[in-house]
Design a protein around this ligand. Structure first.
Ligand SMILES: O=C1C[C@@](O)(C(=O)O)C[C@@H](O)[C@@H]1O
Length: 145
């Protein structure tokens, strides 16, 4: 069974209450529960991880290689725009990943337009709301088939 890991970075634990006009009303627990149901239907093993700490995210990416994770879907939050360490972690483990943003970062502030991950990601999603997680999992399933 193929293994998929969902990683959510800083402040994504606040989904549902955080700036709902930008991020919507769906909580992270709702997102993860819907992804678990979808993964079961797709025959995928799924693990979900959230952290507000850059080093913890780097450690989780390293652990993913030891676990034989086949694909990662990552919303790095603000670390998207700052973290060479998370970029290097993905380069180091060579696990393919989708970069995902709930909001359309390209129609927001200029500092959100640059990503340290996009040029090494398999795919990038932005602006699909929390539905993006389900669309990304569908994409990953098609890649792993
Ligand atoms: O925390 C986040 C969330 C985000 O990654 C998104 O999901 O739209 C966009 C980032 O710019 C922001 O810092």
């Amino acid at each position: 069974m193929s293994k998929v890991l969902i990683i959510n970075g800083p402040n994504l634990n606040l989904l549902g209450t955080r700036e709902p006009h930008i991020y919507g009303l769906t909580t992270l627990a709702d997102v993860e529960s819907s992804l678990r149901t979808q993964a079961a239907e797709l025959g995928l093993e799924l693990d979900c991880f959230q952290s507000n700490h850059e080093g913890a995210i780097v450690d989780r990416i390293h652990q993913a290689r030891l676990e034989g994770v086949d694909f990662v879907i990552v919303n790095p939050g603000a670390y998207t725009h700052t973290s060479v360490a998370i970029r290097d972690a993905f380069g180091g483990v060579a696990i393919p990943f989708v970069e995902l943003h709930v909001s359309n970062v390209h129609k927001r502030e200029a500092f959100r337009h640059h990503s340290y991950l996009s040029d090494i990601a398999e795919a990038v999603m932005a602006g699909f709301g929390t539905l993006g997680y389900n669309l990304a999992l569908q994409f990953v399933a098609s890649k792993l088939r």
